[in-house]
Design a protein around this ligand. Sequence first.
Ligand SMILES: [Zn+2]
Length: 98
Amino acid sequence: MNEDCTRYLDLLLDSLDEPLAPADRLAFDAHLARCPDCVVALKEHVVLRTTIQEIDQAPAALVPPALPEYLVARCVSAMRLERSAFEAGGRSGNARTA
Ligand SMILES: [Zn+2]
């Protein structure tokens, strides 16, 4: 993704919901033709959208119940640890050069 891509992100999301205005369609298609990152992003959004629709339409019996609280708490705690490790890594990288 580059700066230009951020201009097309809204169009990318809009294109999933409704046909784009002709001028927007041309600009968006021209961008896709030269930007593999946006092609990947578009495919990912299509897959995500399809998955969400499938879950929405699945019989309730097939949708797993909400995660138990202890699992949610463990996920949150694991994500915090991962983030602190990442931030600590960044700081130690700077400390080495200082
Ligand atoms: Zn792009």
